[in-house]
Design a protein around this ligand. Structure first.
Ligand code: BGC
Length: 757
């Protein structure tokens, strides 16, 4: 009796709250207590319901039509759904929330998730492009704005940042991450999480973030999406996991697991990844959502017999929520009732989910994010200014022979040529959220509004690139034959002082499911470039791309090359800012550009091998038909000024593990314009218990210098920075010699060395 009274006393606030149809008050300190007490009054069915996520495929503001939608509406009313994705707008999220809050027994609010990858309405550069800015403050700011715009439309959870390391330009999703380096990606992950989540998740201007895809997805064999991943433990821990560990430490609210098989186990069914590493070793208390249907896909992997078996594997492995897979809904209740799955596992998953809902403030106000006031307060004009600023900071200048750039005032006749020159859609990218189709400023528009009346701008498309339907799900057809516009383009080029040639990739050439075996200029673009170059040598090639491209011919022949990625809403204005020198380019590649697709996967932080070089014969690790180095390496990018690095000074040539040392380098602006330089620190562990990369990025600083100015740039090297996952499966720094290298890219470096005692 005493026990029962005690239970009633615990539940009293919740029961009264629910019976009065009001909400459950939260405060950070007693979240755990509240979570426990809610779970204690839930039925098994209600608990499993929290682990189910539906995509809102029907119009929630009207009556559900069709059997499946009606069924789903009933499930919502019964409180048997934990969250929804793709439900957008204040009205729709309000209606869905109302179905739960006004009908279900326990009234646990829904979360609303969406892929807010590089902006919501205002679109910023694709993540690979934005990372090229190396400007963490700017990246945090664009995440903050994305969160604000998404929250104003009812969304309280983004499936971003995507922090899969990728070294393979064939993989279409390389555009969605931060490139090939674990250190840089880790810092970007932290900045993005700070931006989305802010200091306090319950602030309605912030949304929950997701670290995805856990783990190994970017290592899909041969760059083919969803393909098997073969990496050993050493690579997994030293290369793939660090950004995820950084995200967990930064307090990311949720993780998403990945589609791929990792060394024989689908990541969604991997206990090692989810329970052992993430939840136990890293002591992370958020929840893991599956990728779209990835629990059910374990049947296709040949790892589960049916949906129920898939549910058993996933829940035991630590996947907490089933995104549109139908497996938890089908199998979990039965699995617990038959004793195959311990209910404690269900309780743990539900507690993790409720914890995030409490942090979001949903128990205080389930409609907190469905607030029409918020949308009215948005200053989209201000957001566009930020979009322009970050876009110009993301543009990489690869080549500038003959100082064609910035465009001189003597240039009076510019021909703007190419299939992407007046493309207002490609800059919006493939993961465009609510960014409107054809809403970006095109290159032509940007240039036209930048030049005065005394410069003539002529436009000729030259040829089409993508043809027909351009949608997220369908393959893009590429024009490989039609050269109808070549003649007009050649004529325009002949008459011009300067040609701006806009080539690259359509937005729907990169992104999910858009792996390619060729990464050159698709269709008739290469031919168009040759024809234009024949008649005018003053060509500035402006590339818009979501992946590193194979551009060896251009690198050899075209005097100026600019990488403008897919830069978002303000693309054309930002490109004009750089081409006319209103912004001095400062971006650096976060990913290597290959000489040939056959080099992929290509990355700077490779191992030395037993046969690193011996150019006099063939028996070394290289190719017989091509150089093995990148065409443009990681960290590379030019400016309109020049920077010179002096010799490195180390505070000591030896270091004890409890100490740190400082390395300092003088960096001078030796040109005539003010500019920003990304000063990069690399380390190499010369001999270790496992083989180590020839260099690894371990620090960077964005430094602004006036002409002639010198700044001393210092980095602190701590024992922590020297650690790696070693032969004993521990993160440790091992005594011995280390090389320290500093420079403006991963190749041109000043070097010193020290010993760790
Ligand atoms: C992607 C995820 C995305 C999810 C929801 C999946 O296909 O892999 O990154 O968050 O869909 O749209």
């Amino acid at each position: 009796m005493k026990k029962q009274l005690l239970l009633l006393a615990c539940l009293f606030p919740i029961l009264t709250a629910t019976s009065q149809n009001t909400t459950i008050k939260s405060s950070i300190e007693n979240v755990e207590k509240k979570v426990d007490s809610i779970v204690s009054i839930m039925t098994l069915e209600e608990k499993v319901g929290q682990m189910v996520q539906y995509s809102g495929t029907w119009d929630l503001t009207g009556p559900a039509s069709g059997n499946q939608n009606q069924y789903r509406e009933e499930q919502l009313k019964k409180g048997l759904v934990g969250s929804m994705l793709n439900v957008l707008s204040v009205e729709a999220t309000w209606e869905a929330q109302k179905l739960v809050m006004e009908n279900s027994r326990i009234k646990i609010p829904l979360m609303f998730g969406y892929d807010v990858i590089h902006g919501y309405k205002t679109i910023f550069p694709v993540p690979l492009g934005e990372t090229a800015s190396w400007d963490l403050k700017a990246m945090e700011e664009t995440a903050r704005i994305s969160a604000l715009e998404a929250a104003a439309d009812g969304v309280n959870w983004t499936f971003a940042p995507m922090i899969d390391i990728s070294r393979d330009a064939r993989w279409g999703r390389i555009m969605e991450g931060s490139g090939e380096d674990p250190f840089l990606t880790s810092r970007v992950a932290e900045a993005k999480i700070r931006g989305y989540q802010g200091e306090d998740l319950s602030n309605p201007a912030t949304i929950a973030a997701t670290a995805k895809h856990f783990a190994g997805y970017g290592f899909a064999e041969a760059g083919r999406d969803y393909n098997t991943v073969h990496v050993g433990e050493n690579e997994l821990h030293n290369t793939i996991l660090p950004p995820f560990k950084a995200a967990a430490a930064a307090g990311v609210a949720t993780f998403m697991n990945s589609f791929n098989d990792l060394d024989g186990t689908p990541a969604t069914g991997s206990k090692m990844l989810q329970r052992d590493i993430l939840k136990e070793d890293w002591d992370w208390d958020g929840f893991i959502v599956s990728d779209w249907g990835s629990i059910a896909e374990m049947i296709n992997h040949g790892f589960a017999e049916d949906l129920t078996h898939a549910a058993e594997i996933a829940v035991k492995a630590g996947s907490d929520m089933d995104m549109e897979g139908g497996a938890y809904e089908t199998g979990l209740v039965q699995l617990v009732n038959s004793g195959e799955v311990d209910e404690a596992l269900i309780d743990d998953a539900v507690k993790r989910i409720l914890r995030v809902k409490f942090k979001l403030g949903l128990f205080e106000d389930p409609y907190r994010y469905s607030n029409p006031q918020m949308a009215q307060q948005l200053n989209l004009k201000e957001h566009r200014a930020v979009a322009r600023d970050v876009a110009k900071k993301s543009i990489v200048l690869l080549k500038n022979d003959k100082n064609l750039l910035p465009i001189a005032s003597s240039v009076k006749n510019i021909a703007v040529i190419g299939p992407l020159a007046d493309d207002k859609d490609t800059p919006i990218g493939n993961w465009r959220a609510q960014g409107e189709a054809n809403s970006a400023v095109s290159i032509l528009e940007g240039l036209k509004s930048a030049v005065g009346n005394n410069v003539k701008v002529t436009y000729a498309k030259g040829a089409d690139l993508g043809m027909g339907e351009r949608t997220f799900l369908k393959p893009l057809k590429i024009n490989t034959t039609d050269k109808y516009g070549f003649k007009a383009a050649i004529d325009a080029a002949k008459k011009a002082d300067l040609v701006i040639l806009a080539l690259g990739e359509d937005a729907f050439q990169s992104g999910e499911g858009r792996s390619q075996v060729e990464i050159g200029l698709a269709g008739v673009q290469q031919e168009l470039m040759h024809e234009i170059y024949k008649v005018n040598k003053n060509v500035v090639l402006v590339l818009q791309n979501g992946r590193p491209l194979e551009i060896s011919w251009a690198a050899e022949n075209i005097p100026a090359i600019v990488v403008a990625w897919q830069l978002g809403t303000e693309s054309g204005n930002a490109i004009a800012d750089v081409l006319f020198g209103r912004y001095n380019p400062s971006a650096k590649l976060p990913v290597s550009f290959p000489r040939a697709v056959g080099q992929e996967p290509l990355y700077y932080n490779q191992k030395n091998t037993g046969r690193p070089s011996n150019p006099s014969d063939v028996t070394y690790s290289a190719y017989t038909d091509e150089e093995k180095t990148a065409l443009y390496p990681f960290g590379y990018g030019l400016s309109y000024t020049t920077f010179e690095y002096g010799d490195l000074t180390l505070s000591s040539e030896e270091m004890n593990p409890q100490e740190s040392l400082t390395v300092t380098v003088p960096v001078t602006n030796t040109g005539k314009k003010a500019g920003k330089e990304v000063v990069q620190l690399y380390l190499r562990d010369m001999v270790a218990s496992t083989t180590r990369p020839v260099k690894e990025l371990k620090g960077f600083e964005l430094v602004e210098l006036q002409p002639g100015e010198t700044k001393q740039v210092s980095f602190t090297i701590s024992n922590e920075l020297l650690k790696f996952y070693n032969v004993n499966k521990e993160w440790a720094a091992e005594p011995g010699e280390f090389q320290v290298m500093i420079g403006g890219n991963s190749i041109d470096l000043k070097t010193e060395s020290f010993r760790l005692n």
